[in-house]
Ligand binder design. Structure first.
Ligand code: ADP
Ligand code: ZN
Length: 192
């Protein structure tokens, strides 16, 4: 059985919230396991929805995942698990040194699959994601369904206490009463 692609390969899965990025990442990782490859999955610890030790998609599928704050730690984990395939969820939350780490993993001939938001709530490219998309072998850009009109949605609408968030609000706002919806360009709003 062909165990790995043995050249190093980068795949990026991006799109707004609810577009199925985690689902797609889980699907690819499961298929790698069926091919008897060693799989390691990590995510940023900031995303603590439902479960800390798993990725859980909005439709309930799960995959065992190591939560990390410092992406540097992935190198030891990859070594100890002898992973052929490395999944990284919520990649937008990691600092810019994610780029160096991903390049190192590719050099180690790993298949790296990254899932993350391409845009923040303001519609601005998020963290290291745009560069990762540029250096990637493949990019899969998913859409969600607009909560208001049912059209294809490429944006994540942030609501603070029910109102559209203002452009100058922090990208990561811990402790606020906030919610997110998938919206199309027509229905997306910036607060004033
Ligand atoms: P992401 O990782 O991109 O946030 P998930 O993989 O966690 O997305 O969840 C995708 C699932 O969310 C869909 O399969 C669907 O069941 C559910 N869902 C909830 N709201 C929406 C929406 N507005 N558009 C599309 N899917 C949605
Ligand atoms: Zn809409």
């Amino acid at each position: 059985m062909k165990k790995t692609n043995n050249k190093g390969y980068l795949e990026v899965i991006c799109g707004p919230m609810f577009s199925g990025k985690s689902e797609e990442l889980i699907r690819r990782l499961r298929r790698a396991q069926i091919a008897q490859q060693h799989v390691l999955c990590v995510k940023h610890v900031l995303d603590d929805r439902w479960s800390v030790e798993h990725i859980v998609s909005h439709n309930g599928s799960m995959f065992k995942t190591r939560p990390l704050t410092n992406i540097q730690d992935i190198l030891t984990l990859v070594e100890s698990s002898q992973a052929d395939v490395v999944g990284i969820d919520e990649a937008q939350f990691f600092s810019e040194n994610l780029l160096t780490i991903v390049q190192a993993l590719i050099k180690l001939r790993k298949r790296v699959i990254i899932a993350g938001l391409d845009l923040d709530f303001r519609g601005v490219p998020f963290g290291a994601m745009p560069t990762l998309m540029a250096i990637s072998d493949t990019v899969t850009k998913l859409t969600a369904i607009c909560t208001l009109c049912g059209d294809e949605a490429a944006l994540s609408q942030r609501l603070i206490n029910g109102s559209p968030a203002r452009h100058d609000q922090a990208v990561v706002l811990i402790g606020a009463q906030e919610a997110y919806q998938a919206r199309c360009r027509g229905c997306y709003q910036i607060g004033s």
